[in-house]
Design a protein around this ligand. Structure first.
Ligand SMILES: [Zn+2]
Length: 273
Protein backbone atom coordinates (compact mmCIF):
# COMPACT_ATOMS: atom_id res chain seq x y z
CA UNK A 1 0.00 0.00 0.00
CA UNK A 2 1.29 3.50 -0.88
CA UNK A 3 0.74 6.62 1.18
CA UNK A 4 0.91 8.92 -1.84
CA UNK A 5 -0.75 8.33 -5.16
CA UNK A 6 1.28 10.07 -7.97
CA UNK A 7 -1.28 12.86 -8.23
CA UNK A 8 -1.31 13.46 -4.50
CA UNK A 9 2.49 13.60 -4.52
CA UNK A 10 2.42 16.25 -7.26
CA UNK A 11 -0.13 18.24 -5.34
CA UNK A 12 2.18 18.06 -2.30
CA UNK A 13 5.14 19.37 -4.36
CA UNK A 14 2.93 22.12 -5.72
CA UNK A 15 1.97 23.14 -2.20
CA UNK A 16 5.67 23.53 -1.29
CA UNK A 17 6.14 25.65 -4.40
CA UNK A 18 3.21 27.88 -3.50
CA UNK A 19 4.32 28.43 0.07
CA UNK A 20 7.86 29.30 -1.03
CA UNK A 21 6.61 31.78 -3.62
CA UNK A 22 4.92 34.25 -1.26
CA UNK A 23 6.75 37.55 -0.76
CA UNK A 24 6.32 41.25 -1.38
CA UNK A 25 8.32 43.02 -4.08
CA UNK A 26 8.20 46.55 -2.67
CA UNK A 27 8.56 48.49 0.57
CA UNK A 28 5.17 49.71 1.82
CA UNK A 29 5.78 53.47 1.48
CA UNK A 30 3.51 56.11 3.05
CA UNK A 31 0.53 54.54 1.25
CA UNK A 32 1.11 51.20 3.01
CA UNK A 33 1.00 48.59 0.24
CA UNK A 34 1.93 45.36 2.04
CA UNK A 35 0.07 42.53 0.30
CA UNK A 36 2.04 39.28 0.05
CA UNK A 37 2.48 38.25 -3.56
CA UNK A 38 2.43 34.88 -5.25
CA UNK A 39 5.58 34.64 -7.39
CA UNK A 40 6.19 31.27 -8.98
CA UNK A 41 7.93 32.63 -12.08
CA UNK A 42 11.35 34.27 -11.63
CA UNK A 43 11.87 38.00 -12.15
CA UNK A 44 14.37 37.12 -14.90
CA UNK A 45 11.76 35.13 -16.82
CA UNK A 46 9.22 37.95 -16.58
CA UNK A 47 11.78 40.66 -17.44
CA UNK A 48 13.15 38.75 -20.43
CA UNK A 49 9.64 38.38 -21.83
CA UNK A 50 8.96 42.09 -21.29
CA UNK A 51 12.27 43.19 -22.84
CA UNK A 52 11.64 41.05 -25.93
CA UNK A 53 8.11 42.43 -26.27
CA UNK A 54 9.34 46.03 -25.84
CA UNK A 55 12.16 45.65 -28.39
CA UNK A 56 9.69 44.27 -30.94
CA UNK A 57 7.24 47.13 -30.35
CA UNK A 58 10.01 49.73 -30.67
CA UNK A 59 11.20 48.17 -33.89
CA UNK A 60 7.68 48.07 -35.33
CA UNK A 61 7.01 51.75 -34.61
CA UNK A 62 10.51 52.86 -35.67
CA UNK A 63 9.99 51.20 -39.06
CA UNK A 64 6.67 53.02 -39.40
CA UNK A 65 8.37 56.34 -38.54
CA UNK A 66 6.27 56.62 -35.39
CA UNK A 67 8.90 56.36 -32.64
CA UNK A 68 9.75 59.60 -30.81
CA UNK A 69 8.55 61.53 -33.84
CA UNK A 70 8.05 64.78 -31.95
CA UNK A 71 11.38 65.62 -30.21
CA UNK A 72 9.76 68.24 -27.96
CA UNK A 73 7.11 65.82 -26.75
CA UNK A 74 9.69 63.07 -26.22
CA UNK A 75 11.87 65.43 -24.17
CA UNK A 76 8.84 66.46 -22.10
CA UNK A 77 7.82 62.86 -21.36
CA UNK A 78 11.41 61.83 -20.56
CA UNK A 79 11.88 64.76 -18.17
CA UNK A 80 8.74 63.80 -16.25
CA UNK A 81 9.72 60.11 -16.28
CA UNK A 82 13.17 60.78 -14.86
CA UNK A 83 11.72 62.71 -11.92
CA UNK A 84 9.44 59.74 -11.15
CA UNK A 85 12.18 57.14 -11.66
CA UNK A 86 14.39 59.04 -9.20
CA UNK A 87 11.73 58.40 -6.53
CA UNK A 88 11.24 54.69 -7.31
CA UNK A 89 14.02 53.86 -4.82
CA UNK A 90 11.60 54.72 -2.00
CA UNK A 91 9.79 51.48 -2.86
CA UNK A 92 12.65 49.43 -4.30
CA UNK A 93 16.31 50.48 -4.01
CA UNK A 94 17.25 47.93 -6.72
CA UNK A 95 15.49 50.05 -9.38
CA UNK A 96 18.62 52.23 -9.49
CA UNK A 97 20.21 49.39 -11.45
CA UNK A 98 17.27 48.84 -13.80
CA UNK A 99 17.76 49.45 -17.52
CA UNK A 100 14.98 52.06 -17.74
CA UNK A 101 13.77 53.13 -21.17
CA UNK A 102 11.23 55.83 -22.04
CA UNK A 103 9.81 56.17 -25.55
CA UNK A 104 6.87 58.00 -27.10
CA UNK A 105 4.83 56.21 -29.73
CA UNK A 106 3.15 58.42 -32.28
CA UNK A 107 -0.34 56.95 -32.39
CA UNK A 108 -3.94 58.05 -31.86
CA UNK A 109 -4.32 55.30 -29.25
CA UNK A 110 -4.97 56.47 -25.72
CA UNK A 111 -2.45 54.20 -24.10
CA UNK A 112 0.65 53.94 -21.90
CA UNK A 113 2.47 51.15 -20.10
CA UNK A 114 5.61 50.28 -18.18
CA UNK A 115 6.67 46.72 -18.96
CA UNK A 116 8.52 44.66 -16.35
CA UNK A 117 12.00 45.98 -15.59
CA UNK A 118 11.21 49.63 -16.44
CA UNK A 119 10.37 49.75 -20.16
CA UNK A 120 8.02 52.73 -20.55
CA UNK A 121 5.91 53.62 -23.59
CA UNK A 122 3.56 56.60 -23.78
CA UNK A 123 1.28 57.01 -26.79
CA UNK A 124 1.02 60.55 -28.16
CA UNK A 125 -2.77 60.17 -28.51
CA UNK A 126 -3.13 60.05 -24.76
CA UNK A 127 -1.30 63.36 -24.31
CA UNK A 128 -2.76 65.17 -27.32
CA UNK A 129 -6.38 64.02 -27.23
CA UNK A 130 -6.81 64.53 -23.48
CA UNK A 131 -4.61 67.66 -23.38
CA UNK A 132 -2.67 66.27 -20.43
CA UNK A 133 -0.79 68.57 -18.08
CA UNK A 134 2.69 67.55 -16.83
CA UNK A 135 1.15 66.44 -13.52
CA UNK A 136 -1.45 64.31 -15.36
CA UNK A 137 1.28 62.67 -17.47
CA UNK A 138 3.13 62.03 -14.18
CA UNK A 139 -0.02 60.44 -12.74
CA UNK A 140 -0.37 57.99 -15.66
CA UNK A 141 3.35 57.16 -15.76
CA UNK A 142 3.53 56.87 -11.96
CA UNK A 143 0.67 54.37 -12.07
CA UNK A 144 2.36 52.38 -14.85
CA UNK A 145 5.76 52.44 -13.12
CA UNK A 146 4.02 51.17 -9.97
CA UNK A 147 2.79 48.07 -11.83
CA UNK A 148 6.43 47.37 -12.77
CA UNK A 149 7.72 47.99 -9.22
CA UNK A 150 5.12 45.58 -7.84
CA UNK A 151 5.93 43.10 -10.67
CA UNK A 152 2.24 42.66 -11.36
CA UNK A 153 2.85 40.99 -14.72
CA UNK A 154 5.16 38.44 -13.10
CA UNK A 155 2.50 37.82 -10.49
CA UNK A 156 -0.27 37.46 -13.08
CA UNK A 157 1.92 35.02 -15.06
CA UNK A 158 2.53 33.05 -11.85
CA UNK A 159 -1.18 32.91 -11.09
CA UNK A 160 -1.93 31.74 -14.60
CA UNK A 161 0.81 29.09 -14.40
CA UNK A 162 -0.46 27.83 -11.04
CA UNK A 163 -3.92 27.44 -12.50
CA UNK A 164 -2.44 25.50 -15.41
CA UNK A 165 -0.31 23.34 -13.10
CA UNK A 166 -3.39 22.70 -11.02
CA UNK A 167 -5.14 21.55 -14.16
CA UNK A 168 -2.12 19.40 -15.07
CA UNK A 169 -2.14 17.66 -11.72
CA UNK A 170 -5.75 16.84 -12.44
CA UNK A 171 -4.93 15.93 -16.03
CA UNK A 172 -2.13 13.57 -14.90
CA UNK A 173 -4.50 11.93 -12.51
CA UNK A 174 -6.82 11.45 -15.47
CA UNK A 175 -3.82 10.28 -17.57
CA UNK A 176 -3.93 13.23 -19.94
CA UNK A 177 -0.72 15.26 -19.51
CA UNK A 178 0.83 18.34 -21.13
CA UNK A 179 4.43 19.54 -21.34
CA UNK A 180 5.73 22.32 -19.12
CA UNK A 181 7.07 24.54 -21.93
CA UNK A 182 3.62 25.04 -23.37
CA UNK A 183 2.30 25.68 -19.85
CA UNK A 184 4.80 28.51 -19.37
CA UNK A 185 3.87 29.93 -22.78
CA UNK A 186 0.19 29.89 -21.89
CA UNK A 187 0.92 31.57 -18.57
CA UNK A 188 2.94 34.32 -20.27
CA UNK A 189 0.12 35.06 -22.71
CA UNK A 190 -2.46 35.22 -19.97
CA UNK A 191 -0.20 37.33 -17.73
CA UNK A 192 0.49 39.89 -20.45
CA UNK A 193 -2.92 40.25 -22.03
CA UNK A 194 -5.52 40.03 -19.29
CA UNK A 195 -6.57 43.16 -17.42
CA UNK A 196 -4.96 43.54 -14.01
CA UNK A 197 -7.16 42.63 -11.05
CA UNK A 198 -8.79 45.44 -9.10
CA UNK A 199 -6.45 44.78 -6.20
CA UNK A 200 -3.41 45.30 -8.45
CA UNK A 201 -4.97 48.46 -9.90
CA UNK A 202 -5.52 49.85 -6.43
CA UNK A 203 -1.89 49.14 -5.51
CA UNK A 204 -0.65 50.84 -8.69
CA UNK A 205 -2.87 53.84 -7.92
CA UNK A 206 -1.51 54.17 -4.38
CA UNK A 207 2.16 53.74 -5.25
CA UNK A 208 1.77 55.93 -8.35
CA UNK A 209 0.23 58.64 -6.18
CA UNK A 210 3.21 58.57 -3.82
CA UNK A 211 5.75 58.56 -6.67
CA UNK A 212 4.23 61.67 -8.24
CA UNK A 213 3.93 63.45 -4.89
CA UNK A 214 7.58 62.72 -4.06
CA UNK A 215 8.56 63.96 -7.54
CA UNK A 216 6.79 67.27 -6.86
CA UNK A 217 3.64 66.79 -8.96
CA UNK A 218 0.27 67.63 -7.39
CA UNK A 219 -1.31 64.22 -6.74
CA UNK A 220 -4.81 65.63 -7.37
CA UNK A 221 -3.94 65.24 -11.06
CA UNK A 222 -4.42 61.47 -10.56
CA UNK A 223 -8.13 62.19 -10.15
CA UNK A 224 -8.45 64.58 -13.08
CA UNK A 225 -6.60 62.32 -15.53
CA UNK A 226 -8.72 59.21 -14.85
CA UNK A 227 -11.87 61.36 -14.99
CA UNK A 228 -10.73 62.63 -18.40
CA UNK A 229 -10.23 59.05 -19.56
CA UNK A 230 -13.59 57.90 -18.29
CA UNK A 231 -15.40 60.75 -19.99
CA UNK A 232 -13.77 60.76 -23.44
CA UNK A 233 -16.74 61.04 -25.72
CA UNK A 234 -15.01 59.69 -28.80
CA UNK A 235 -17.05 56.47 -28.93
CA UNK A 236 -14.32 53.91 -28.22
CA UNK A 237 -13.14 53.78 -24.59
CA UNK A 238 -9.39 54.47 -24.25
CA UNK A 239 -7.16 51.39 -24.85
CA UNK A 240 -5.55 51.90 -21.46
CA UNK A 241 -8.88 51.14 -19.76
CA UNK A 242 -9.03 47.67 -21.34
CA UNK A 243 -6.00 46.58 -19.30
CA UNK A 244 -6.57 48.97 -16.37
CA UNK A 245 -10.21 48.75 -15.27
CA UNK A 246 -11.15 52.10 -13.67
CA UNK A 247 -14.50 52.01 -11.95
CA UNK A 248 -15.71 54.89 -9.79
CA UNK A 249 -14.51 52.99 -6.68
CA UNK A 250 -10.90 53.47 -7.82
CA UNK A 251 -11.30 57.24 -7.85
CA UNK A 252 -12.73 57.12 -4.32
CA UNK A 253 -9.73 55.08 -3.21
CA UNK A 254 -7.32 57.60 -4.77
CA UNK A 255 -9.14 60.40 -2.96
CA UNK A 256 -8.89 58.54 0.34
CA UNK A 257 -5.10 58.24 0.00
CA UNK A 258 -4.44 61.88 -0.89
CA UNK A 259 -3.91 62.96 2.76
CA UNK A 260 -1.07 60.41 3.10
CA UNK A 261 0.87 61.80 0.15
CA UNK A 262 0.12 65.55 0.30
CA UNK A 263 2.86 66.18 2.92
CA UNK A 264 5.37 64.48 0.57
CA UNK A 265 4.23 66.75 -2.26
CA UNK A 266 4.47 69.85 -0.04
CA UNK A 267 8.00 69.01 1.07
CA UNK A 268 9.10 68.16 -2.50
CA UNK A 269 7.81 71.59 -3.56
CA UNK A 270 9.67 73.27 -0.70
CA UNK A 271 12.86 71.52 -1.83
CA UNK A 272 12.29 73.07 -5.24
CA UNK A 273 11.48 69.98 -7.31
ZN1 LIG B 1 -3.12 49.87 -14.04
Amino acid sequence: MRFFSPSLFQAFILLIFLTAGCATTTQPGAVGVERKQFLLISAEQANQGAAAFYAKEKDKYAKAGALNKNPQQTARVRAIASRLIEQAGAFRPDTRNWQWEVNVINSKELNAYCAAGGKIAVYSGLIDTLHLTDAEIAAVMGHEIAHALREHTREAMSEALAQQVGLTVLATALKLGQNSASLLGDAATVGLTLPFSREKEREADRIGLELMARAGYDPHAALSVWRKMLSTGSGQPPEILSTHPAPESRLKDIEAHLPEVMPLYESAKRLGQ
